[in-house]
Design a protein around this ligand. Structure first.
Ligand code: ADP
Ligand code: MG
Length: 395
């Protein structure tokens, strides 16, 4: 994969596909993590005298211009972080975009409006996508792929444009891929993966592939109840995906055959309902009352998981251990995060909600070796899938 250093960018128009998909409350950015992660690549291009044209998506406007998904507030924040003006083009590839790009001087930066305002960006129709990609590519001389959170999408700005322009991977994509390689090739052992979050079905592919690679798999969060049920236990009103029980039973068998230690919760916080102030008790994971739902792993499980992480040399963690959005049920997630922070292992956090949990709990982000900016993209990489955006950059 070519990197930024392989491109001669001075005086050239460089289209940077970034991931600026941040959470907004009205026009207020509630977490600018992804914008901050995009800054080093843009700054490096600025310093080398490129005319930098940034493109990105925000939310899911589905091919329509919807003002609540405008990137305008992001342009402002990007300008503050870069400490220079960022010109904002009020369309993606129209008159405004062309005029904005035409006025750029060497070392200046522009941001185009939300890529997903254009139906061609996400279109499954190759010709429609290609036509949009050609218009986008027409705005620049070179392409830099740096939107790691979108590299698993076969979208025009991710997949088609790099086939039309000389291209390289940006620093963020390079760093993310280097981390993922350490989780898939010659991984230092013991290799322990902690999975949680809401649905098993989101993570079936990754579980299947990880069972061939890891030494231990710790399962918490909402998905643990489908595993407990597959072992024949009652889970009360806990989150359960009935239709996944057979598949999960298969995973339990597979883990046994391969000698992978699959560790499930031994106790849970069983609540009377799904609410921040719901009454709750610690119960055995094998004895959840019919009228209760498990909203967090219990204290013995927290200790057990910490012990199973203690000797790890590599750890990947995806998915909260409980409903961390409610303080009363955030303790399990905190315990796992703290075990990683205290560990000497190479520790990687993947998943939007897991990263948000780290910040919400006030834990130091630099306590982990790496917090990925791309949940879906990291999971698909670990599933062993080819990611369209990376494949296009490799060609
Ligand atoms: P990530 O974005 O890190 O991959 P997911 O999106 O898979 O994580 O899951 C995050 C969600 O899982 C959180 O909103 C959390 O409240 C929910 N969750 C975790 N444990 C439980 C549980 N026991 N019951 C219901 N929801 C849960
Ligand atoms: Mg999520």
């Amino acid at each position: 994969m070519r990197t930024l250093d392989d491109l001669d960018v001075k005086g050239r128009r460089v289209l940077v596909r970034a991931d600026l998909n941040v959470p907004l409350d009205g026009e207020t950015i509630t977490d600018d993590g992804r914008i901050r992660a995009s800054v080093p690549t843009i700054r490096s291009l600025v310093e080398r005298g490129a005319k930098v044209v940034v493109c990105a998506h925000l939310g899911r406007p589905k091919g329509q211009v919807k003002p609540e998904f405008s990137l305008r507030p992001v342009a402002r924040r990007l300008g503050e972080l870069l400490d220079q003006d960022v010109a904002f083009a009020s369309d993606v590839v129209g008159d405004a975009a062309r005029a904005t790009v035409d006025t750029l001087q060497d070392g200046q930066v522009a941001l185009l409006e939300n890529l997903r305002y254009e139906p061609g960006e996400e279109s499954k129709d190759e010709a429609e996508r290609r036509a949009f990609a050609e218009r986008l590519a027409g705005l620049a001389d070179l392409y830099v792929g740096d939107g790691f959170g979108a590299v698993h999408r076969k979208h025009a700005s991710v997949y088609d444009v790099p086939r039309l322009l000389p291209h390289a991977a940006g620093g963020l994509v390079e760093a993310e891929v280097a981390v993922l390689r350490r989780l898939t090739d010659d991984t230092e052992r013991p290799y322990v993966v902690v999975l949680g979050g809401a649905k098993v079905s989101d993570k079936l592919g990754v579980i299947a592939n990880l069972l061939t690679k890891v030494d231990r798999l710790l399962i918490g969060g909402g998905m643990a109840y489908t595993f407990l049920k597959a072992q024949g236990h009652e889970v009360g009103n806990s989150l359960l995906q009935e239709d996944q029980i057979d598949q999960v039973r298969g995973f339990l068998d597979e883990a046994g055959k391969r000698g992978v230690e699959l560790v499930l919760p031994v106790d849970v916080l069983a609540a009377t309902g799904f609410a921040a102030d719901a009454e709750h008790d610690v119960v055995e994971a094998t004895a959840i009352p019919a009228d209760r739902e498990g909203l967090d792993i219990g204290p013995r499980t927290r200790e057990l998981f910490a012990a199973k992480l203690a000797d790890a040399k590599t750890v990947f963690w995806n998915g909260p251990m409980g409903v961390f959005e409610f303080d009363a049920f955030s303790g399990g997630t905190r315990a796992v995060a703290e075990a990683l922070i205290g560990s000497d292992a190479f520790t990687v956090v993947g998943g939007g909600d897991s990263a948000a949990a780290v910040r919400r709990l006030g834990l130091p982000e630099d306590g982990f070796s790496h917090i990925s900016t791309g949940g879906g993209a990291s999971l698909e990489y670990l599933e062993g899938k080819t990611l369209p955006g990376l494949a296009a950059l490799e060609d």
